[in-house]
Design a protein around this ligand. Structure first.
Ligand code: FAD
Length: 292
């Protein structure tokens, strides 16, 4: 442990109003901590510059999952374990439940939260591609009020977000309209468990009258932010899945991404894998259609 606990202060107001008031009083001084699975890694490495932490783990409004007829609303401090074990999430949002099951080991899933994954804004974060394809919307809250931001507009660049310094993510909403879709999630890492993604994919689509409709593809770890493959989706819409189309799509994926070399992988490997994952989705979608 390279950090000195005596240099840090942690407060736990226990209710949302008190948390927001403290964050508004001296903006940028207080850093929210939820599960701590990202922050405590920085802390123990001696790399956490913020000395004042405000606990939001125990705030009831941030811990509930509410199901409405047309949408689901997930409190930002809900853990991966709570996402994985939720019946509606598992059934209607399997890409999110699957991403939750990938995120570290069981201990990490018991502490890590969806809001923390979003705010931490790693391009390799596993739950974020799922939020993109499910059209997630965030509610951001401060003493100034609340505002809703489409998740696709939340990341402004590498590790940059739309969050103001006095704001919290309160919840994440998703429309309940993807039940009939074929979905496919894939994470490629150094090993199956406890590995940060080299590439991860969340994909949704359906076939009507032999042609693809509403294809949704999102990738992580191949650009400064997780993103939707808009051009590739456009190419696929209305088409039948044939081998020549899959080759065209691999080229389109390569043009849309901007992977880098880093300690986990190379740009070349990431580009090849990204194209192969999208191809795999199309092959599975085609096979599922043939078996239907
Ligand atoms: C062993 C290990 C394995 C891991 N494996 C994976 C993995 O496979 N995939 C993956 O994606 N991640 C992984 N992680 C990273 C981490 O678990 C996730 O990013 C997790 O979702 C972070 O949530 P948290 O509540 O612990 O965040 P915290 O550490 O509490 O906070 C992270 C950041 O988010 C901010 N924050 C938290 N909640 C809010 C909120 N409601 N509003 C505004 N800001 C907020 C904090 O201020 C901080 O900047 C791993 C971490 C560890 C330690």
């Amino acid at each position: 442990m390279r950090a000195d606990p005596a240099e840090y202060k942690l407060v736990s107001p226990g209710n949302l109003h008190a948390v927001l008031s403290l964050m508004a009083g001296k903006p940028a001084q207080w850093l929210p901590i939820a599960g701590g699975t990202d922050l405590m890694v920085l802390y123990s490495a001696g790399k956490l510059p913020n000395r004042k932490l405000i606990n939001i783990w125990n705030i009831p409004e941030l811990r509930k999952i509410e199901v409405f007829p047309d949408s689901i609303r997930i409190g930002a401090a809900c853990t991966y374990t709570s996402l994985r074990s939720h019946e509606i999430i598992s059934r209607e949002f399997p890409l999110l439940a699957t991403a939750a099951s990938w995120t570290g080991g069981i201990a990490n899933q018991n502490r890590g939260t969806l809001g923390g994954n979003i705010a931490n804004a790693s391009p390799a974060a596993d739950s974020l591609p799922a939020l993109l394809v499910y059209d997630a919307e965030l509610t951001l809250i401060s003493v100034r009020g609340e505002r809703r931001v489409a998740y696709r507009n939340f990341h402004a660049g590498y590790k940059q977000t739309a969050l103001a310094v006095d704001e919290l993510i309160r919840d994440i909403s998703m429309p309940r309209r993807f039940s009939g879709y074929f979905s496919h999630a894939r994470k490629v890492g150094a090993r199956n468990a406890q590995a940060i993604s080299k590439v991860c994919l969340a994909a949704l689509g359906r076939i009507a009258n032999g042609a693809m409709r509403d294809v949704r593809l999102a990738l992580g770890s191949v650009a400064p932010v997780p993103f939707r493959l808009n051009e590739t989706e456009h190419i696929l819409t209305g088409k039948q899945i044939v081998p020549a189309l899959i080759e065209t799509v691999k080229k389109s994926v390569a043009q849309e991404i901007s992977p880098i070399d880093d300690i986990r992988s190379t740009a070349r490997y990431r580009a090849a894998v990204a194209g192969n994952l999208v191809a795999e989705f199309l092959e599975k979608l085609s096979a599922e259609r043939a078996n239907a």
